[in-house]
Design a protein around this ligand. Structure first.
Ligand SMILES: NC(=O)c1ccc[n+]([C@@H]2O[C@H](COP(=O)([O-])OP(=O)(O)OC[C@H]3O[C@@H](n4cnc5c(N)ncnc54)[C@H](O)[C@@H]3O)[C@@H](O)[C@H]2O)c1
Length: 256
């Protein structure tokens, strides 16, 4: 990218891999990448749609290897890896079994390190990894303690790998969403604070909820050359929830 101009090609011809792309944020990212000219490989435990699409649970290392092999055979390289798949269930920590905890760790952390191990050998200078975390990685999350801890671990991983992969010319960043209605978000939001003496923020400072496409906008930026000098950081796509900390916007702002 010599100069910044509206003609800059953002993702044309790039090869992108997006996990958890059957719905929600992952689907919005995959569709946006395609619209900006990338070849997109997608996977999900529910049937995803895309140029190269495979249905499997990302916690299954053998299936993930088959997926990586299919990407290698089709394009021989990976320019963008978006680790988006993830999720949680609501339970107080005292009610979370060892098995439940292991599921959350594998679903939100171990499968990500596994996917990076598989895709990194296909990545070279200019490539980028985007880990989808959560604003809950940055704050307490009663009822979602292990999930939030794993998202915080992903934030830490993002910074360390940004340094380890910098000599390879591979950037590593995170997107921390919140307040983007999706099927997964609806399930989580419906049970927030349930059975525990806490209430979540209901209204982001921007005064409305966002859309999965808002996260896709950040992903298109981070994936391409506009972000060539951006690594080891997090873009919060949350209408100001992270910035607000303990502050809550009232439903009807007072006129000044
Ligand atoms: N929507 C939000 O506001 C929000 C907030 C915080 C974090 N997130 C994170 O964003 C990411 C996407 O969330 P979403 O809101 O689109 O949720 P979603 O549940 O609507 O979509 C997640 C997709 O990932 C897939 N998936 C989940 N686990 C998988 C697995 N083990 N193997 C294969 N596919 C799997 C699901 O089948 C689904 O298609 C998640 O990592 C989530 O933790 C979203």
């Amino acid at each position: 990218m010599a100069t910044l101009s509206p003609d800059v090609s953002l993702l044309t011809g790039r090869v992108a891999v997006v996990t958890g792309a059957a719905r929600g944020i992952g689907r919005a990212i995959a569709e946006a990448f395609g619209a900006f000219g990338a070849h997109v490989a997608v996977c999900d435990k529910d049937k995803p749609r895309g140029e190269l699409a495979m249905t499997f649970d990302v916690r299954d290392p053998v299936a993930a290897e088959v997926f990586a092999q299919a990407v290698r055979e089709r394009w021989g390289r990976v320019d963008v890896l978006v680790n988006n798949a993830g999720g949680t269930f609501h339970a107080a920590f005292a009610d979370t079994s060892v098995r439940g905890e292991r599921t959350l760790i594998e679903e939100n952390f171990t499968q990500v390190t596994g996917m990076i191990r598989l895709m990194l050998p296909m990545m070279g200078p200019g490539a980028s990894i985007i880990n989808v975390t959560s604003s809950e990685a940055h704050q307490a999350a009663p009822g979602f303690a292990v999930y939030a801890a794993m998202k915080a671990a992903l934030e830490s991983l993002t910074k360390s790998l940004a340094l380890e992969f910098a000599p390879l010319g591979v950037r590593v960043n995170a997107i921390a969403p919140d307040g983007l209605p999706t099927e997964g978000e609806a399930l989580v939001r419906a049970r927030m604070g349930e059975g525990l003496p806490y209430e979540p923020m209901r209204l982001p400072p921007l005064g409305q909820l966002g859309r999965p496409e808002d996260a896709a906008g950040a992903a298109v930026f981070l994936a391409g050359d506009l972000a060539r000098f951006v690594t080891g950081t997090t873009v919060h796509v949350d209408g100001g929830i992270h910035a607000a900390g303990g502050w809550r916007r009232t439903a009807t702002p007072t006129a000044t």
